[in-house]
Design a protein around this ligand. Sequence first.
Ligand code: ADP
Length: 626
Amino acid sequence: MTKKEFKAESKRLLDLMVNSIYTHKEIFLRELISNSSDAIDKMYYRALTDENITFNKDDYYIKITADKENRTLTVLDTGIGMTKEELEENLGVIAQSGSFAFKKENELKDGFDIIGQFGVGFYSAFMVADSVTVVTKALGGNEGYKWESTGADGYTIESYEKEEVGTEIILKLKENTEDENYDEFLEEYRLKSIIKKYSDFIRYPIKMDITTSKLKEGSEDECEDVVEEQIVNSMIPMWRKNKSELTKEDYENFYAEKHYGFDKPLKHIHISADGAVRYNAILFIPEKMPYDFYTTEYEKGLELYSSGVLIMNKCADLVPDYFSFVKGMVDSEDLSLNISREMLQHDRQLKVIAKRMKEKIKGELQSLLKNDREKYEAFYENFGRQLKYGVYSDFGQNKETLKDLLMFYSSKEKKMTTLEEYVDRMKEDQKYIYYASGDSIEKINKMPQTELLAEEGYEILYFTDDVDEFAIRMLMNYKEKEFKSVSSGDLGIEEKDKEEEKEEENQDTKEVFAFMKESLSDKIKDVRPSKRLKNHPVCLATDGEVTMEMEKILSAMPNNQGIRAERVLEINVNHDVFNALKDAFENDKEKLKVYTNVLYNQALLIEGVAIEDPVEFTNNICKLMQ
Ligand code: ADP
């Protein structure tokens, strides 16, 4: 019997497999089971269409057998089998393999990746086996054949006595090495768990002989090992089931079984799409925030199946970053089983699926917001920040998708409110959506800058997350209403403007403020009479784009570029303090300098910003007390 050479590409591929340092070698079993399942599919189809073939449902199965003594692992199927020619074509020449021929037209052109595309098929057996034997008999064939190979040096084919139609793949496992344990692929529990993990939803039974310890017949304490044939996989994928057949508990069990989280799902989304790209998906929004969610450790992604076979644990391309909290799986029969990570990114079907799911998730969140406010608020409490990051990142390209999902605390409602609700409640003459930034609701409540707006009955949104102001800047406006910080120079409230202008026109006042500005020199841009203060004597406002809150956040960043807000010191001219300032201006300019320094530092303290020279500040206060 002569040994035949593999064709060049196959040989290269085999080399890669034999010497593979791939960490998930266990996937060879997934590949072999998947091939078996395909072969049974073909048989099934033939039996359906050819009345000369009688085949019972029970005749379709896959069986996995481990033989520890001989170090062999066998995958048997009752599929369609292979003729001698098919053996040659399919296992000898990779270029003839089914999926290769299918892929050829559409994918070979642009940068094609052989190991990613085809490497993980049948040849993956060589990651764990020194030699592979394929015994097969084709439907309608008279004889069986045996194909054998020890790797890249070639293969042999000879006639072989085989009764049943189907295929058996026998792997002679490699000897253990220092780094690799191949014995594990002979252990029942290990094999069972690999099958459960990757092939649970194969629609034919995957059988194994399982040894269990049982009480000996007639004995009360003596046990014996009994070998029983068991079906290891559950066979029916939950996602293929009809939604109406499934209960909330089913989804919760699925969530737990899949280890999506230790909590319960807040909401599940079950999609069965039958359009241009067919897929089923079960997605979850977790009830609790994963402990590492807002860290770099957290890895987003969904499980990706191709026709019931798991091909990737965390396919990141399926969910956008702003929905990274979504857990779950997608199964599509339109995806190639052997698609690589690199190829997936460019896969058109996958892109279509990702886009549809993104829309679906958004829609579900919107309907949750509308119909189950409490749940939505619970969701938002955990993941709202991620949505806001989403508005801000990627140069705001997702802001339209996300803006209606945003919520902020409202000064008026004393609870979370959406931008739409805010705009609907706006006063007739109100130009802006007002917001105040601070560490907490309590702190913002006390901000002097909110006094006027609050008194005039304007609603203020509270920004308590670092990202809020940045996200809103990216959004720019909502329903054509611009956002305005309560600390910004011009609040756009007209009557008040006029009233205060009178004071500004007053020559004396102008001189006092000019002197104060001079004494603070480059610390501030201006000193002005305040339009927004009611009871407080002083506060800081800002001109320009950067607010004090943004300055604080930016300066805490590692690549801090020293960006500063344009500070404006605002004085309440209706406050007694203002009289003291005027008095000092006329009688004691040195005293006015001390007053100015104290007021400026007070304004900084109110903002929660560290004062520049605490010693000078306290000395100044002492001076005033003496
Ligand atoms: P792929 O499955 O992507 O085509 P493989 O290298 O895994 O690539 O398999 C090559 C071909 O060998 C398959 O397309 C199939 O025609 C044939 N084959 C593999 N395993 C079996 C099997 N158990 N029964 C029948 N045919 C098989």
